[in-house]
Structures are given as structure tokens and as C-alpha cells.
Design a protein around this ligand. Structure first.
Ligand code: 13P
Ligand code: SF4
Length: 314
């Protein structure tokens, strides 16, 4: 079956069922094309909370995103096309580690990046995404009347947040990172900039400091998208320091501009575990419990508070 035929079948099945399809920018372009909403992790959490009025939500993203949607919509069925799609960064931090950091740093709030398990979120004072980390850290440190926070699991986002907010971010653990973004080196950037000297460099805050410091702009996936959308007609070329799915979205939406990846193969293989066949299968088998994302009730109840606090704060 061709991609077009599969997409048509999916659109028909969507019309026949009470279902919403959410997709992260890192999904393949074929999946983005059939989604009802595309966004960054903050935008998708908001959409799941505020706009999902269907019985079923199919979430084409990694597990922590689908778990967050499930926690925010406990009366709905949240389905993930491939349940092996997980974010390896989440494995850097366990609930026990958060408890120990809190014991060793009494009075400091634990700010947990949403790229974490629900059990870790349940131990946090507030969650954050890459789009709102600076704002969240400023507000929570103000509420707790402290000038340091515990921050995990991404050490690069912690470093970025500390640089911009001026609030000390203590890493939980020392070196949590994303294998996609942390592979971009200063050398890679020098090479690509030499090749495209007029291009603006825009990168995700999960990149290492040296890469961020060479960038014209640092922001979450949706902020990177908005930066390009709002750029002047003279700004025609962009080097993209994040997963290739966002570049494909931009190339489709802004055909008058040119986009280059900061280095070859910036692929999140975990995000790419979904495909159209799996989405079609789900639409034909919405009650197949194997694909339903359910967080144990006690953990979901505890994790809901820091997630909702994040949404209220940003
Ligand atoms: P965004 O919140 O910017 O979408 O990022 C999510 C993510 O997993 C980045 O690697
Ligand atoms: Fe996780 Fe990195 Fe993939 Fe984002 S790009 S989902 S942080 S592995």
C-alpha cells in the first residue's frame, strides 16, 4: 500500500471514530500530515488537557508524552502506536534518586523535566518543558524563597536554564542528556557554518553549552519553528540543531527558505518507532488494551499536581 493510500485510510477511519491524533514535531512527515495537532511537548500537553474532547487520543510521541496526556485525561483512552517508543533520557533519573537529592538538599524544590517517568514526576514539586524551564525555575524559586533548585534529568537544559534565569540549577544526576542533541559538537557547527555562512543557526536547549553559544537562537521545537515563521524575507537559510522531523515540517511550511541539519543523521530512533501502518491498526482496533497507556492510579494522582502546576505557571 502506498503512503497516500494509507493516509487516506487513516483519515477515513479518523472521521468514523471519536479520536484525536496528536503528533510531536519529531514524527515522520507522513505522520505529521495525518495528525490533528502537531506540537512540542508543552503544546501537546496543553492540547491534551484543553482540547481533547474525544474518547480516544492516539499519541504519536515517546512514552513520557503519552503518559502525561493519560495523567491529564484519566477518563479517556490514550493509545500509543508503538509501546516501545520511549525516551532514553528518562532512564537517567529514578524516584529514589529524587528523594535522596531532596533529603540532601532540604528546602529546595525539585524541578522535573517532562522527559522523565511518571514515578519521577510524582516526586517533584513542579514539572517543566524546554519551552518553559526558565519561567518555571524563576517562579518556583520565588515561591520557595530560594536561589537554587534541583533540576533533572537533562544536565544541558539545566545549564541553559541556569544561564538564562540566574537561578542555580543542581543537576539530578550529574550528566543526564539526550543522545540526539548531545552528539552535536562545536566542530560540527564550525563545519556546517563554513558550508552555509549566511545561514542562521537555531538549536534546542538540550544541546551542549558550546553549541548553544554559537547559535543565533536557542529554543524548544515550537519556539524554533516560530523563530523561522517570524523571520524576515531576507533570512532565507537556517541550520537546524535538533531532530530531523522539525526540519521536514519547516521545509514543508516555508518552501521559500532553505534548511540544513547541524550534522547528518540527527534522528531520534525512539520517536521514529511509530509508522502509518501501526496508526491504521490502532484506528481499526481502538479497544486493543496492549496499546493503551495507563499510569498506576496512585502515581498518576501524585504526578498530576506538578504537571498541572507547570501548566498554571506558564
Ligand atoms: P520539545 O519540548 O522542544 O518538543 O522537546 C522534546 C524533546 O524530546 C526534545 O528532545
Ligand atoms: Fe528523548 Fe532525545 Fe528523543 Fe527527545 S530527541 S525524545 S530527549 S531521546
Amino acid at each position: 500500500m502506498t503512503v497516500k493510500q494509507l493516509q487516506e485510510d487513516i483519515l477515513n477511519l479518523k472521521n468514523q471514530n471519536d479520536v484525536l491524533v496528536l503528533a510531536h514535531y519529531y514524527q515522520s512527515i507522513e505522520i505529521q500530515e495525518i495528525a490533528d495537532f502537531i506540537g512540542d511537548s508543552l503544546g501537546l500537553s496543553r492540547t491534551a488537557k484543553e482540547k481533547a474532547n474525544t474518547e480516544y487520543i492516539i499519541f504519536a510521541g515517546v512514552d513520557f508524552m503519552a503518559e502525561t496526556a493519560s495523567i491529564l485525561n484519566q477518563d479517556k483512552h490514550v493509545l500509543i502506536p508503538n509501546y516501545e517508543s520511549c525516551c532514553p533520557m528518562a532512564a537517567f533519573l529514578t524516584p529514589e534518586m529524587v528523594k535522596e537529592f531532596k533529603r540532601n538538599n532540604p528546602g529546595l524544590p525539585a524541578v522535573i523535566y517532562v522527559n522523565s517517568t511518571a514515578a519521577v514526576k510524582a516526586e517533584s514539586d513542579i514539572c517543566c518543558t524546554s519551552a518553559n524551564a526558565v519561567e518555571i525555575v524563576k517562579k518556583i524559586s520565588n515561591e520557595f524563597e530560594v536561589d537554587s533548585v534541583l533540576f533533572g534529568p537533562d544536565a544541558n537544559l539545566a545549564d541553559y536554564t541556569e544561564q538564562i534565569s540566574g537561578i542555580n540549577c543542581i543537576n539530578m544526576p550529574e550528566s543526564g542528556h539526550c543522545y540526539v542533541h548531545s552528539q552535536i559538537t562545536i566542530e560540527d557547527i564550525k563545519t556546517v557554518k563554513e558550508k552555509y555562512p549566511k545561514a542562521k543557526l537555531i538549536v534546542h536547549p538540550e544541546c551542549i553549552r558550546g553549541v548553544r553559544e554559537l547559535a543565533n537562537y536557542v529554543g524548544s521545537t515550537s519556539r524554533m519553528y516560530n523563530y523561522v515563521r517570524d523571520s524576515s524575507s531576507e533570512e532565507k537559510e537556517f541550520i537546524i540543531g535538533t531532530e530531523v522531523g522539525l526540519l521536514e515540517r519547516m521545509a514543508q511550511d516555508f518552501p521559500e527558505k532553505s534548511f540544513y541539519l547541524a550534522k547528518d543523521k540527527l534522528v531520534c530512533y525512539n520517536m521514529k518507532k511509530h509508522n502509518l501502518e501501526l496508526i491504521k491498526y490502532l484506528l481499526e482496533n481502538l479497544d486493543d488494551k496492549a496499546f493503551e497507556v495507563k499510569v498506576p492510579l496512585e502515581i498518576a494522582k501524585k504526578a498530576l499536581k506538578p504537571i498541572e502546576k507547570m501548566l498554571d505557571f506558564s
